[in-house]
Write a protein of this length. Structure first.
Length: 186
C-alpha cells in the first residue's frame, strides 16, 4: 500500500508507532507529519477493521494542530490513560531540542486536543537515531520517563489532580542511558 501526501507534507520520524489510542484493543498508527511552512503535528491513522471492505484500507483518524513554525519537530512518547479518567491520551515532547515541552493530547472527534503540558523535559538529542525514554508502570499507574534538558538526570512524570508531578530517577549514563530508567525499582 502507498500513501501519497501533498507536496508540502512529509512523514518525519524514526518509525511509526503502533499504539492503542482509542482503547478498543486494536493498535492505531501514530506518526509525525510535517509541513514545509508549519512544522510538525501528530497524526493517528487506522487500518480498516476486519470485515469492513467498503472502508479505505488506511485513513487518518485524528491529528493535532501543526506547531506553527517550519523546521519544528515533535517526538512521541507513548499512549495510556495518564489522567485516570478511563480515556487514553498520547504523550509527546514538542520541540525536544528547543522548547522541550511535554504535551498530553486526546482524541476528540477527528482532532487531538490538548489536555496538559509540562516544561523542561526532553527525549531526543540532535543526531541520535532513536527517541529515548518512554512509559513505565510500577504499580501506581503510567509514568512518563524523560530527561532534563541537559541530559544529566532522568525524571518520571505522573499526571494526577490536574497537574504533573516529577520524581528524580538519577543520573543518565551514556547515549542510551535514559532507557535504563524504564525498569521499575526492585
Amino acid at each position: 500500500m502507498q500513501l501519497t501526501q501533498p507536496e508540502t507534507h512529509v512523514f518525519e520520524d524514526v518509525a511509526p508507532r503502533f499504539w492503542d489510542v482509542t482503547g478498543d484493543g486494536r493498535p492505531e498508527i501514530v506518526v509525525v507529519e510535517s509541513h514545509a511552512r508549519l512544522g510538525a503535528r501528530l497524526g493517528v491513522w487506522t487500518l480498516r477493521a476486519p470485515g469492513a471492505p467498503a472502508e479505505p484500507l488506511m485513513r487518518r483518524l485524528a491529528r493535532s494542530d501543526f506547531i506553527g513554525t517550519r523546521f519544528r519537530w515533535l517526538a512521541p512518547v507513548g499512549a495510556a490513560d495518564f489522567t485516570g479518567d478511563g480515556r487514553r491520551e498520547i504523550a509527546y515532547v514538542e520541540t525536544p531540542h528547543l522548547g522541550r515541552t511535554l504535551r498530553l493530547v486526546r482524541l476528540q472527534g477527528d482532532r487531538l486536543v490538548a489536555v496538559a503540558a509540562h516544561p523542561c523535559v526532553t527525549n531526543h538529542r540532535i543526531g541520535d537515531p532513536f527517541i529515548a525514554g518512554g512509559l513505565r508502570d510500577c504499580g501506581a499507574g503510567p509514568e512518563i520517563v524523560l530527561a532534563r534538558p541537559d541530559w544529566s538526570r532522568a525524571v518520571a512524570l505522573r499526571f494526577r489532580n490536574d497537574r504533573f508531578t516529577e520524581t528524580d530517577l538519577g543520573p543518565i549514563a551514556g547515549p542510551e542511558g535514559l532507557d535504563a530508567h524504564l525498569s521499575c525499582p526492585p
